[in-house]
Ligand binder design. Structure first.
Ligand SMILES: *[C@@H]1O[C@H](CO)[C@@H](O)[C@H](O)[C@H]1NC(C)=O
Ligand SMILES: *[C@@H]1O[C@H](CO)[C@@H](O)[C@H](O)[C@H]1NC(C)=O
Ligand SMILES: *[C@@H]1O[C@H](CO)[C@@H](O)[C@H](O)[C@H]1NC(C)=O
Ligand SMILES: *[C@@H]1O[C@H](CO)[C@@H](O)[C@H](O)[C@H]1NC(C)=O
Length: 261
C-alpha cells in the first residue's frame, strides 16, 4: 500500500533526522516517532513547567545554593510556587563563589529553621522581570518569601540593579532565566538579613578581597535607559533545548508527511 509506504518512509526519515537530539540517553530509536499521523501539526505550547533543580543544576555554578535547597526541602516550596503560573516566583541565586567568600561556620552555625528562612529570603513569591524591578524599587522595602520582617530593598544605579539586605548589597550579575512565571537571577553575594545575622558575618580569609566601591546608596536613579540588565536569558536550561528539539522533529516529520502525500 502506498500510504503505508509513505508513513514508513516518513518514520525512517524522521528517525534519522531526529536521532541526534533524542538519542542522548536512549540509543534505540524511540518508537514514539511513528505517531499516528495528524494532518495539522499541533501548535507547540510554550513549556510553562520549569524544573528548578534541573535549571540550577546546569546553570551557575550554583551547587552550594542548590544543595542547601535540597537539604532543607525548600526546593519543594520553590517548585510548588513556580508551578503557580499566575503568580510565579523570582529567585536570587548566589553563585558558589559568593558562599565561598564567607566563613563556613556562618552557615553551619545556623539552626535548620534559620537556614530555611535564609533560603526563602532569597525569593519573591511572584515573577518579576528585570524591567519591573525599576518600578518595584518604589515599594521598598519589599517582602520576601520568608515573610513579613524579612525584606529586601531594590536599587537601580544607572542600570545596575542591587538587592540590599542588612549586611550585603549584591548586584544582579546575570539573568539566568526570565520567562513568566519563573525568574532566576544570579547574585555575586549572599543575602544576609539582620534577623538571622545579628552582626556582620566574617569573611573567609580570601586571597585578595576586592575593595567595595563606596558607591552612594542615596544617588537618585535617573531613570536613564543605560544598559538595563545584562541580556535577557543568557543561559536557558539545556533541558529545554532537548524539548524544543523534539518538537522540531515532530514538525519536520509533519512536513515530510505533507511532501510525501
Ligand atoms: C510541578 O509541576 C510538575 C509538572 O506538572 C509536576 O511534575 C511536579 O510534581 C510539580 N511540583 C510541585 C512541587 O508541585
Ligand atoms: C559558630 O559557632 C562557633 C562555636 O560556637 C563560634 O566560635 C563561631 O564564632 C560561630 N561562627 C559564626 C560565624 O557565628
Ligand atoms: C512601571 O510603572 C509605570 C508607571 O506606573 C508603567 O507605565 C510601566 O508600564 C511600569 N513598567 C513595568 C515594567 O511594569
Ligand atoms: C529599605 O528601604 C526603607 C525605605 O526606604 C528604609 O527605611 C530601610 O532602612 C531600608 N533597609 C535597608 C536594609 O536598607
Amino acid at each position: 500500500m502506498e500510504l503505508k509506504g509513505a508513513i514508513f518512509t516518513t518514520a525512517v526519515l524522521a528517525t534519522l533526522l531526529c536521532s541526534p537530539a533524542l538519542a542522548q540517553k536512549s540509543p534505540p530509536a524511540p518508537a514514539s516517532v511513528a505517531l499516528p499521523p495528524t494532518m495539522a501539526p499541533a501548535p507547540a505550547p510554550a513549556p510553562d513547567y520549569v524544573d528548578l533543580a534541573a535549571l540550577l543544576g546546569v546553570a551557575g555554578p550554583f551547587h552550594t545554593f542548590l544543595s542547601y535547597l535540597q537539604k532543607t526541602n525548600v526546593i519543594e516550596t520553590f517548585q510548588r510556587q513556580a508551578n503557580k503560573t499566575k503568580e510565579g516566583i523570582t529567585i536570587f541565586v548566589p553563585k558558589d563563589s559568593a558562599f565561598a567568600a564567607l566563613k563556613k561556620s556562618t552557615f553551619s552555625n545556623l539552626t535548620s529553621d534559620q537556614l530555611k528562612t535564609l533560603l526563602l529570603y532569597h525569593a519573591f513569591p511572584e515573577f518579576y522581570s528585570l524591567a519591573q524591578f525599576r518600578n518595584l524599587s518604589v515599594l521598598n522595602p519589599v517582602n520576601t518569601f520568608a515573610g513579613a520582617p524579612y525584606t529586601l530593598n531594590l536599587t537601580d544605579d544607572m542600570g545596575t540593579i542591587s538587592v540590599k539586605s542588612m549586611w550585603s548589597k549584591p548586584t544582579i550579575s546575570s539573568s539566568v532565566y526570565a520567562t513568566d512565571p519563573v525568574a532566576v537571577y544570579s547574585l555575586n553575594k549572599v543575602l544576609l538579613p539582620m534577623q538571622i545575622f545579628t552582626k556582620d558575618p566574617p569573611l573567609a580569609p580570601a586571597p585578595a578581597p576586592a575593595p567595595e566601591s563606596g558607591a552612594s546608596d542615596l544617588a537618585p536613579s535617573p531613570g536613564g535607559k543605560a544598559g538595563a540588565g545584562k541580556g535577557k536569558a543568557d543561559s536557558t536550561s539545556a533541558a529545554y533545548g532537548i524539548g524544543v528539539g523534539a518538537v522540531n522533529c515532530l514538525l519536520a516529520a509533519g512536513g515530510l508527511m505533507m511532501l510525501l502525500w
